[in-house]
Design a protein around this ligand. Structure first.
Ligand code: G6Q
Length: 552
């Protein structure tokens, strides 16, 4: 055991490039983006790149080409290249769970070979995709009928965390490509309201439940799945045989799936080397495939794969996920930025920030290194955001004039999926304007020159020098969505490598789960009052028991 407070030999702070970055930061931290742009007329060109259909402008960062060189050197010293190879090779890099990390295998081409424990996993991946496609085809065409002979018109995905956020986000993102004659809903919360609202107005005879759970033991999902079963049975006249036509499972746990009463012939599998938050392109994406069809789903996989190939092969100085990840390290560890705002100027990406919150924060919210010693530097920043332009009329004030430094990721598309008069020009004008305003601000002189009275000048000054990335893509297609998600997946991986942490476990979610299991029986007023907790928890439970009364 290394004593608390010490850090492991592989801590990034011991790397020569880190030390060089500390000195470099001291030299450039006060330089204003106005100055940086004035000094280098080719800055936008030098500090931008394009890959996989994504134009990435990182010139509005408080960084110079030298910063990038040093960050890339840091990545090299931290062994990013080797880590990428290890992940793609199927090494068990998730050391605390002794698992390979192979979401990249989910989008590998049919003929590829990726070996885990001596077996090539790619044929299995494609076998599941083919089964999903056959099933989705039957449901979408109406060939798959419900128990009473009606066709399936409603699909409800029941899952939580990684088994919900990806499916919801992808459904919303690709809604324009979805079968509009079908209804898609998502139940995740154990709060009964979520279930009640998701089933509201639907006919059980036309409803298919996709129970999505890697473990098939998650409290929320199993509770909702049992309520779904009861709801369906009631609607189908209590005939147990009806379940087979209205329930399918996505899981790695065949035993629990059959115990629940779902025929494993209607189960779509995946593997322990797919982390929940990296699973939207596995069978967990079944609801996505039902919505947009197998061809569109495969286009999405192509987008993921193209970004995988870019990440695997591009030099780090021209590697979009690596650069995005490294810029995150630059702000988190050198400027002390606590958060990153993700601001898609695309309504269909409204759930993208929520999706990224899990991807980034569950992956890199870690306090110890791979060796189990305390990390010496801050790890995963807080991700948050809302689509533009809505956010501009609320929290952008703090980004522009508050005291905190909040790097922003702007995401925008050249074409609208719903062209409507001048709307899209207005949307894009706003995203460009925000990046410009944040970077360059408005000086006191400029404010005064507009005839502003002296007393009001300080209030109207924008200091600027607030950094942002802009990602500009042609159009929100399934391919584009896949490439964007993979971009962030690999940026997270890059950061985890620099911090020398395990981005693929999530022990931090365990304690609350265990305690909840302990408390559930204590809420029954017919049991003795619990006294074993702290005085606060005991009192809250007592109060709830009184409120709850005999109601059930
Ligand atoms: C993701 C996490 C977590 C998980 C959910 C659902 O990386 O592990 O969010 O996805 O807890 O788990 P199940 O799919 O096993 O129900």
């Amino acid at each position: 055991m290394t004593p608390p407070g010490s850090h492991s030999a592989s801590s990034p702070v011991d790397r020569p490039a880190w030390k060089a970055l500390v000195a470099h930061h001291a030299a450039i931290r006060d330089r204003h983006l106005r100055q940086l742009f004035q000094q280098d007329p080719s800055r936008a060109e030098r500090m931008s790149m394009e890959a996989v259909g994504i134009a990435f402008d990182y010139s509005k960062h408080r960084a110079t080409p030298e910063t990038i060189t040093l960050l890339v050197a840091l990545a090299e010293e931290c062994g990013l290249r080797g880590r990428i190879d290890a992940m793609f090779r199927g090494d068990k890099i998730n050391v605390t769970e002794k698992r390979a990390v192979l979401h990249v295998a989910l989008r590998a081409p049919r003929g590829a070979t990726i070996t885990v424990d001596g077996a090539n996993v790619v044929p299995e991946v494609h076998a599941v995709l083919d089964r999903m496609a056959a099933f989705a085809g039957k449901v979408r065409s109406g060939e798959w009928k419900g128990h009473t002979g009606k066709r399936i018109r409603n699909v409800i995905n029941v899952g939580i965390g990684g088994s919900d956020l990806g499916p919801v986000m992808a459904y919303e993102a690709l809604k324009a490509y979805s079968d509009r004659s079908m209804t898609f809903r998502f139940v995740s919360n154990v709060d009964g309201t979520d279930f009640a609202e998701a089933t509201q107005g639907l006919d059980p005879a036309e409803t298919l439940f996709v129970i999505s759970s890697k473990t098939f033991t998650t409290l929320e999902t199993m509770t909702n799945a049992h309520s779904a079963r009861a709801w369906a049975l009631k609607g189908l006249g209590g005939d147990e045989k009806g379940i087979a036509k209205h329930f399918v499972a996505v899981s790695t746990n065949a035993a629990e799936v059959s115990k629940f009463g779902i025929d494993t012939a209607n189960m779509f599998g995946f593997w322990d080397w797919v982390g929940g938050r990296y699973s939207m392109d596995s069978a967990i994406g079944l609801s996505t495939m039902l919505a947009v069809g197998p061809d569109r789903f495969r286009e999405m996989l192509e987008g993921f794969r193209a970004m995988d190939e870019h990440f695997r092969t591009a030099p780090l100085s021209q590697n979009m996920p690596a650069l995005l990840g490294l810029l995150g390290v630059w702000y988190a560890n050198f400027f002390g930025a606590q958060t990153v705002a993700v601001l898609p100027y695309e309504q269909y990406l409204k759930r993208f920030p929520a999706y990224l919150q899990q991807l980034t924060m569950e992956s890199n919210g870690k306090h110890v290194t791979l060796e189990g010693t305390p990390v010496a530097v801050d790890t995963g920043p807080i991700y948050w955001g809302e689509p533009g332009t809505n956010g501009q009329h609320s929290f952008y004030q703090l980004i522009h004039q508050g005291t905190r430094l909040i790097p922003c990721d702007f995401i925008a598309f050249g074409q609208s999926l719903n062209p409507l008069g001048k709307h899209h020009d207005m949307l894009l004008a706003n995203v460009f304007a925000q990046g410009e305003a944040l970077a360059f601000g408005k000086t006191a002189e400029e404010v005064k020159a507009e005839g502003t009275p002296d007393w009001l000048v300080p209030h109207r000054v924008f200091s600027g020098n607030r950094p942002s990335s802009t990602f500009l893509l042609e159009k929100l297609t399934p391919f584009a969505l896949g490439s964007l998600v993979a971009l962030y997946e690999h940026a997270v991986f890059t950061q985890g490598t620099i911090w020398n942490i395990n981005s693929f476990d999530q022990w931090g979610v365990e304690l609350g789960k265990v305690l909840a299991q302990r408390i559930i029986p204590e809420l029954d007023p017919s049991t003795p009052q619990p006294t074993s907790h702290d005085s606060s928890t005991n009192a809250l439970i007592r109060r709830y028991r009184a409120m709850r009364g005999g109601a059930r």
